[in-house]
Design a protein around this ligand. Sequence first.
Ligand code: 8X3
Length: 252
Amino acid sequence: MAILVTGASAGFGKEMCKVFVNAGYQVIATARRLEKLEQLHQELGEKLLPVQMDVTDKKSVDDALNSLSGDWARIDLLINNAGLALGLESADKTDFSDWEKMIQTNVLGLTYVTHKILPQMVARKEGHIINLGSTAGSYPYYGANVYGASKAFVKQFSKNLRADLAKDNIRVSNIEPGLCGETEFSQVRFKGDEKKAQEPYAKVQYIKPEDIANVALWIYQQPAYLNINSIEIMPVAQTFAGLKVYKNENEA
Ligand code: 8X3
């Protein structure tokens, strides 16, 4: 029996590998960057299996998952962690290819992996899927446009999977973090602009990747008859913005 984590080369995914291996589980770490996974393998040992997989490429997903054998092929927990945000511009100013990449990864990629693994879970009448949503899937903010919409997809897809799969004893959970530092999220969003990438995390105690990894472990270790539908997490210092009103300065 194994746990499969997508996007395992950094951030939440890497931390989840550590937390789950340290808790005694066998973990299949998947990502595009095999060298990062090899390093993790060195660090965590034989309970971690590095597998190169690009969630945006259906053939890569099929090949990677078909290559698993023996105990590694029986996946009891799928953690759909791979995802990204690109840009923080108004919708009219975004690069359309950024929208495509986010949809390709956060929406299509997640469905490729899920659809491939579900039949074995249904056949065994057990399994658990933990998706990585975001507070951006519930609360709009300036510049979140397609990123937030992709996470709203993750939220509703998680609930709809529950609706389909409860009959098969399969659990589905959605973790929705807010401001979380010490990952590559912001570097990726701002395409390597370090100054912009650091700004959201300055002077604030943000969530750390290990906090999210520990939540994933907790969700998984709940009694088998319980399904944690969703957990929304923010740092204490983060809260909801009010509805914004733009004033017409020309009016009396
Ligand atoms: C990450 C949280 O606030 O940057 O999904 O959208 S936020």
